[in-house]
Design a protein around this ligand. Structure first.
Ligand SMILES: [Zn+2]
Ligand SMILES: [Zn+2]
Length: 329
C-alpha cells in the first residue's frame, strides 16, 4: 500500500521484491500495526517522508533472505521491526546512549519503506526477536504503541498516581505495565466517549473521566498520547507539585498559552522522541512476563485506508493491525 501525496488515500501497487543490502534482512511481513504516526504521515502533518512510501513501522514477519554480513539472525526467524530503522553510530547522540536522537536517523515507514506490504527489508541491528508467547497480530502493536509507550512511562518517573490522556493503542499497553508496577491509573478520554472510559476501567484504571475533567486526587505524572495541544495545560493542572507531563506523540496541535502558576512548583513538561534499541530489548522482555495482552482489530492489508480512517475517527478499540493474507499461517 503506497503513499504518494498528503490527503490522498494509499493505493494498492505491485512492487518488486526488495533486495536486502549489507546488514539487512528480507522479511515476509505477517502483520503490521497501524500507528497514529502513520496518520500524521498520510495527513501531511509530518512533512519529510520519502516518496513514494510504503508506510508502517510495527512490523512482524519472518526472515526470508539475508544480505551480506548478517550474523544476528537466520532464515525463518520471526522478528519485529520498529520505527527507528537506522542510526549512524557516530554522532554525539549515538555515542552517548541517545540513539533515538541520532542526527541522521532513518525511520521505518517514513524515511524508509515499511510494513504495509507483503515484503520489506530491515537493518538487522533494529530487528527484535519476538516471544513465542505472542501471535503475529498480538505482537505487532508492541513494536511502537508498546515501545514508545514504555519509554513514555519511564520518562514519567516512578510516581504512583499516573494520568493517561488518550486511551488508544499505546495507553492500553502502558496501563497494563503501570498496573503491574502497582501504580494507580487515571484515564482521560474524549469527554463523551463512554466506551473508551469503560475500556480503561476494564484494564484496571482506578478512575476514568473526560479530558476536560480534573482527577479526584493530584497526579504524580501524566502521559499525553492524544495529539491535542490543549491537553498540556489541562494535564499540568492535574499533576501535583514536582509532577511531570510527558508528551508521547511525534506531533501535536499547538499548545495554547497558559498561566505560569500551573507550571510553577517544579512541574515539568517533556516530550518523548523515537526509541532506543535498549528500550526495545527491555520492553520486549518485560511484555510476556506481565503479560501484556493487546486488543486488536485486524484488517486485510488492502484495507489500510479503512483502518487509518477508523483510527482518525477514534473508532479503533485498542490497536488496528493489518494482516497480509499471503504470508500469514
Ligand atoms: Zn547518530
Ligand atoms: Zn508508531
Amino acid at each position: 500500500m503506497v503513499f504518494e501525496k498528503a490527503g490522498r488515500p494509499l493505493h494498492l501497487a505491485d512492487l518488486p521484491i526488495p533486495k536486502p543490502g549489507t546488514g539487512q534482512v528480507l522479511m515476509h511481513v505477517h502483520a503490521c500495526a497501524v500507528c497514529r504516526t502513520d496518520l500524521h504521515v498520510v495527513d501531511g502533518e509530518l512533512t519529510q517522508p520519502k516518496l513514494p512510501l510504503v508506510p508502517g513501522h510495527e512490523i512482524v514477519g519472518t526472515i526470508a533472505d539475508l544480505g551480506d554480513a548478517v550474523t544476528r539472525f537466520k532464515i525463518g526467524d520471526r522478528v519485529g521491526v520498529p520505527w527507528l530503522g537506522w542510526t549512524c553510530g557516530q554522532c554525539a547522540y549515538c555515542r552517548s546512549g541517545q540513539e533515538n536522537l541520532c542526527d541522521q536517523a532513518k525511520f521505518t515507514g517514513y524515511t524508509l519503506d515499511g510494513g504495509y506490504a507483503e515484503c520489506t527489508v530491515a537493518d538487522q541491528r533494529f530487528c527484535f526477536p519476538i516471544s513465542d508467547f505472542y501471535s503475529d497480530t498480538e505482537a505487532a502493536p508492541l513494536l511502537c504503541a508498546g515501545l514508545i509507550g514504555y519509554r513514555s512511562l519511564v520518562k514519567a518517573g516512578n510516581g504512583k498516581r499516573l494520568g493517561i490522556y488518550g486511551f488508544g493503542a499505546a495507553a492500553h499497553i502502558v496501563a497494563q505495565v503501570a498496573k503491574y508496577q502497582q501504580r494507580e491509573i487515571y484515564a482521560f478520554t474524549r469527554p463523551a466517549d463512554e466506551e473508551a472510559k469503560k475500556f480503561a476501567l476494564d484494564l484496571g484504571a482506578v478512575w476514568a473521566g473526560g479530558s476536560n475533567e480534573l482527577p479526584p486526587k493530584k497526579l504524580d505524572a501524566a502521559i499525553i498520547f492524544a495529539p491535542a495541544g490543549e491537553l498540556v495545560p489541562q494535564a499540568l493542572k492535574a499533576v501535583g507539585k514536582g509532577g511531570t507531563v510527558v508528551c508521547g506523540g511525534i506531533h501535536m496541535s499547538d499548545i495554547p498559552s497558559f498561566p505560569y502558576s500551573i507550571l510553577w512548583e517544579e512541574r515539568s513538561i517533556c516530550s518523548v522522541a523515537n526509541l532506543t534499541r535498549r528500550d526495545g530489548e527491555e520492553f520486549m522482555a518485560l511484555a510476556p512476563k506481565i503479560p501484556v495482552r493487546t486488543e486488536l482489530e485486524t484488517f486485510p492489508l488492502e484495507e489500510a485506508n479503512e483502518a487509518l480512517n477508523r483510527l482518525r475517527a477514534g473508532k479503533i478499540h485498542g490497536a488496528a493491525v493489518l494482516v497480509t493474507k499471503s504470508n500469514s499461517a
